[in-house]
Write a protein that binds this ligand. Structure first.
Ligand SMILES: [Zn+2]
Length: 340
């Protein structure tokens, strides 16, 4: 099977050369062989298959080992669009600073054109939806997962942000060729760097509970011009399917709040507090935290710096764990203090 596939590929690659029919000396044959090998190797993409060039420099053909194939846009050409340089930085949730008034009333967006693809970031029931809950605003949807579970890029795009922030924890932000941005928060780790081009379905990180999130989940946002809108308008997370290929984004999906970052983490906790999964996860977290605690009964001669050394920590870390304790406090004999 593999050999057949190789043969098919070689035939395709050699076709133009055969048509020209150059004198086929050993040197030419070797050069052509090396060139072909190089072409195949240099175009290897994500181990998904091999890519072939077409007459349009921006479009390539990807061939998969099961004989299927499809057209893709060449990321290098797509990225030349000024969309990937204007209003571009690696820190701001909203690098656009566009006023709500200046946005059009509606805007059609090709979510996937005939050359684009899609993959559900985390196929699971939403347990905390977008919008106002308990008087506070939630800029995305929360999708439960286990720490370490893969998180997938929803569409092809370029990594604009990959960093730790207080509210989102480890956050990855992708910008897509249609101008949409997708946000992936609370990751236990990010697999991508700023400037990387990623493909729909590529694992961009692992789920987790970083930031001040309570319990492992993916916080997923969709934004346009810095304004968030409900990702469920676009994706049916329950089935994992995209709702539209051509999406009509309406101004009324946004409001003045939707340009703000998700910074207040209590907000997440409050939004989640109804969910059974959340309550369970919170109990587990507290149990795990309690199991890790270490206490020390003060004996004669104990000093804070001595304890810090003994328990491989620092004086300030111990002080933080014990209310009212400062580096200058006198340690009371027989008293239990928390050291870890
Ligand atoms: Zn959230």
């Amino acid at each position: 099977m593999k050999r057949l596939y190789g043969l098919a590929l070689t035939t395709l690659l050699t076709l133009p050369a055969t048509a020209q029919e150059a004198p086929d000396s050993a040197a030419v044959a070797k050069a052509r062989h090396d060139y072909e090998r190089e072409a195949v190797v240099s175009c290897r993409l994500n181990q998904q298959g091999d890519t072939l060039l077409t007459s349009d420099p921006s479009i390539r053909i990807v061939m998969y080992p099961d004989y299927t194939w499809r057209y893709i846009k060449d990321p290098a050409v797509v990225q030349e669009d000024e969309l990937f340089s204007r209003n571009w930085d690696n820190v701001s949730v909203d690098p656009y600073h566009t006023s709500l008034e200046s946005l059009p009333y509606s805007w059609s967006i090709w979510v996937v054109d005939s050359l684009g693809s899609y993959h559900c970031p985390n196929h699971v029931d939403v347990y905390s939806p977008y919008g106002v809950r308990h008087g506070r605003r939630h800029q995305g949807v929360d999708l439960p997962l286990k720490t370490g579970d893969p998180v997938y890029a929803a569409f092809d795009g370029k990594v604009r942000i990959s960093k730790y922030t207080g509210g989102y924890g480890n956050l990855v932000v992708l910008r897509h060729a249609n101008g949409l941005e997708t946000f992936y928060g609370h990751l236990s780790r990010s697999n991508v760097n700023v400037g990387d081009w990623v493909h729909a379905g590529q694992v961009i990180g692992q789920g987790g509970s970083t930031g001040r999130s309570s319990g492992p989940h993916l916080h997923f946002e969709t934004r346009w011009q810095g304004y968030s809108f409900d990702p469920q308008r676009l994706i049916d997370f329950k089935t994992g399917n995209l709702r539209h290929r051509l999406f009509l984004l309406r101004k009324r999906y946004f409001n003045d709040n939707s340009k703000f970052a998700q910074t207040d983490d209590d907000e997440e906790a409050i939004a989640l507090s109804d969910a059974e999964d959340y309550k369970k996860a919170e109990q587990e977290r507290k149990k795990a935290e309690a199991a890790q605690q270490q206490w020390h009964k003060i004996k004669k001669g104990d000093t804070l710096s001595g304890l810090a050394k003994k328990y491989h920590t620092t004086v300030s870390a111990i002080c933080k764990l014990n209310k009212g304790l400062t580096p200058k406090s006198t340690l009371q004999l027989g008293k239990n203090i928390r050291v870890r």
